[in-house]
Design a protein around this ligand. Structure first.
Ligand code: NDP
Length: 336
């Protein structure tokens, strides 16, 4: 049983030495447990956050020497649990390892999905994040302007497509020409800008002639700086993440814009609300999945994933994810 554990807490960008590949014997399920074989592992930005010491109120930090956490599509290879049979596919949290045990409480069976890894992307946690953040907090109305960065990523691609379905005008921001093209031509965004463009702020103003009503915050950094002056009165900002800062290492940061942020929130009566998707599972997730499956089957929402081959590639792939080197939802193919 191969597993990848946290060897040290990264300083800045994660390095390969912050991870260690270990081999152990395959565990045996006790009464009430199942043994899972990982087929697909999801890579997500929150993994970088959990490699740091994190304060209370968020998910717990990964301990040094413990396997990295992560959502998986796994196969039940042995069952001593009445509800699960050998051979079933499940959505699980097996983490960065070939095999894991579960008592079943965190498992969801996956049936009739043409591509099971989609349960880790648009039909799973990132799609659900987009749905809850955009519709509950963002509340876009027809004709309003919605801006989202990391626009072709796991969450952003879904935010933009759902906003379009709700009749909003969607402007994306993404890294590089290929992603910009994908957002407009494949995902159907009204416009998309390159975050590396030195004139991003000016181009965003041109792309949003009626200002911004909803800014779905995925990144922070220079994108937030460009958005602030364009926010309309009563704008909404679901704060989903701020990936531009996850690798900050305590070095002197960009200019201090706290006063500008607070002045904008106050003067424009902006509603900014953070959310953590783990709070919203329960019955809500099933309703989301039904709706999203219908949209996907009807061709109204497109799912796009980037695949990496082999568990041992996960550390390099996570570092690449944080740099924006993949287009779409990033998954690791661990086994067939
Ligand atoms: P993505 O698939 O979008 O991958 C991350 C993307 O972030 C990169 O591809 C890159 O896109 C962009 N990025 C990286 N560095 C920067 C930077 N310096 N400035 C601007 N953009 C950058 O990841 P996800 O869709 O999985 O996650 C998106 C956000 O949602 C993250 O902040 C994540 O933490 C958050 N999240 C929050 C959840 C919650 O419960 N609140 C749940 C799930 C996700 P590009 O190259 O196109 O700019």
């Amino acid at each position: 049983n191969r597993r990848i554990v946290l060897a040290s807490r990264p300083k800045g960008r994660p390095q390969l030495g912050d991870f260690r590949l270990e081999t152990q014997s395959v565990p045996t399920p006790a009464e009430g447990q199942v043994l899972l074989r990982t087929l697909w592992l999801s890579l997500d930005p929150y993994m970088r956050n959990l490699m740091d010491e994190v304060g209370p109120g968020y998910a717990p930090s990964i301990e040094i020497g413990a396997p990295l956490v992560g959502g998986t599509v796994s196969r039940v290879v042995a069952s001593r649990h009445p509800q699960f049979q050998e051979g079933q596919l499940v959505l699980a949290n097996a983490g960065w390892q070939d095999h894991a045990l579960s008592d079943g409480s965190d498992l969801q069976t996956i049936d009739d999905l043409a591509q099971p890894s989609h349960a880790l992307g648009g039909l799973g946690m990132p799609g659900f994040t987009a749905h809850v953040g955009l519709l509950d907090i963002g509340q876009p109305r027809p004709g309003e302007t919605v801006v989202v960065a990391a626009a072709t990523g796991a969450v952003g691609a879904m935010v933009g497509q759902i906003a379009r379905l709700k009749g909003a005008r969607v402007v994306g921001i993404a890294g590089g020409a290929e992603k910009v093209r994908h957002a407009v031509e494949v995902l159907g965004f009204d416009a998309c800008l390159d975050r590396h463009d030195p004139r991003l702020a000016a181009h965003l103003a041109e792309a949003c002639p009626h200002g911004i009503d909803v800014y779905f915050e995925n990144v922070g950094g220079e994108v937030l700086d460009a958005v602030l002056p364009l926010l309309n009165v009563n704008a909404r900002i679901p704060v989903c993440g701020f990936i531009a800062h996850y690798n900050d290492d305590g070095a002197p940061a960009s200019p201090d814009r706290r006063a500008q942020l607070l002045a904008t929130v106050l003067q424009k009566r902006v509603r900014m609300q953070g959310f953590i998707i783990l709070d919203h599972y329960g019955e809500r997730f099933d309703a989301f999945q039904r709706e999203m499956r219908e949209w996907v089957q009807a061709g109204r929402v497109k799912l796009h994933e980037a695949r990496v081959e082999g568990l041992e590639q996960a550390p390099a792939a996570l570092a690449a994810l944080l740099d924006g080197r993949h287009l779409g939802k990033l998954v690791v193919h661990v086994a067939d």
